[in-house]
Ligand binder design. Structure first.
Ligand SMILES: O=c1[nH]c(=O)c2[nH]c(=O)[nH]c2[nH]1
Length: 309
């Protein structure tokens, strides 16, 4: 998308970040309310070179206009839609409405509002803030070419055993002992892509993306932990990450690729001696010092060779 300006390569885009919108849908039949809060980021690609080099703004869609469009489109959604469908709707609008726009990228983070239960009964209009967030990124080009990804942010997982880390390089800088017993904790960020190349290929079922999000999350979590009684051994964060990515691709044929970022959140063994070198606390896989930083950073992506269906 670069252009030659003054004999040099020039690339540009503009958009609006962190546009916040909340949307309620009220079911008239059963009285249940449905609520989402979306944080939207928009980037438009268009030939706006004149604005940069000739003070000519005539090809600019104002970022304020982009922000307003989020609220107009939210209002138009009279039926509940998934965050992915909303991103597709917005990106499609920018592509179709403005001849100048050659590509639109819409990223949305859905805040984790969950229905509240009182005495196991779902509340009709009460919500509490949960933890992990559902994300999406949609790109549409003027040609109609489409890329959709869904994702998860902030899925924090911990298991208290069945994790080891051995056989790594040992040299004069190495202090970490090999271990066959440790905690494993991480905050999973995942994003996966779908094979739909054009709008017409996107499944029309209204629950398609929401169900896929729930199912992928379930497979990631189950693969991390293993069965409730037995669990599963982890040889490293790397190994567990790969198992999780592989499980998603083998389970869901409509997922073309998945990227996982899994920081290793360290829980350090606590051993303490007093000033006379007498033991106060001897670590026996029981008392830990939780830490935020530094943390290991481990990420990988796994893709099918033929990612398009
Ligand atoms: O699972 C792990 N992977 C690493 O790469 C690593 N490095 C480290 O110090 N501890 C761990 N644990």
């Amino acid at each position: 998308m670069g252009e030659v300006v003054g004999g040099m390569k020039f690339e540009q885009k503009h958009g609006k970040e962190r546009v916040r919108v909340g949307r309620v849908w009220r079911n008239q039949n059963d009285g249940f309310h449905y609520f989402v809060e979306w944080h939207v980021g928009i980037s438009l690609f268009s030939d706006c070179v004149a604005a940069y080099v000739r003070d000519d703004n005539s090809d600019i869609v104002a970022t304020d206009t982009m922000k307003n469009t989020v609220y107009v489109k939210a209002k138009e959604c009279t039926e509940q839609i998934s965050v992915e469908e909303f991103a597709i709707k917005l990106a499609t609008h920018f592509i179709n409405f403005y001849p100048q726009v050659t590509a639109a990228v819409v990223k949305i983070v859905e805040k984790p509002w969950e229905r509240i239960y009182i005495d196991n009964e779902p509340h009709k209009h009460g919500f509490k803030f949960g933890s992990e967030k559902h994300t999406t990124e949609v790109m549409i080009k003027k040609s109609g070419a489409l890329q959709v990804t869904s994702g998860i942010e902030g899925l924090t997982l911990l298991k208290t055993t069945k994790s080891r880390f051995e056989g790594f390089i040992r040299d004069k800088y190495t202090a970490l002992p090999e271990t066959q017993e440790r905690m494993l904790a991480t905050e999973v960020t995942a994003s996966w892509s779908y094979p739909f190349e054009f709008l017409g290929n996107v499944p029309s079922s209204p629950n398609y993306f929401t169900e896929r999000y729930i199912d992928v999350k379930k497979v990631l979590v189950e693969t991390f932990f293993g069965s409730p009684k037995e669990g599963v051994y982890s040889a490293s964060v790397q190994s567990t990450l790969y198992q999780m990515a592989k499980a998603v691709l083998s389970r869901f044929h409509d997922v073309s690729s998945i990227k996982l970022q899994m920081p290793n959140i360290h829980f350090l063994p606590v051993n303490m001696t007093n000033k006379d070198k007498a033991t106060m606390v001897k670590f026996d896989n029981d008392v830990y010092l939780p830490t935020d930083e530094p943390h290991g950073s481990i990420e990988a992506s796994l893709s099918r060779f033929q990612s398009r269906m």
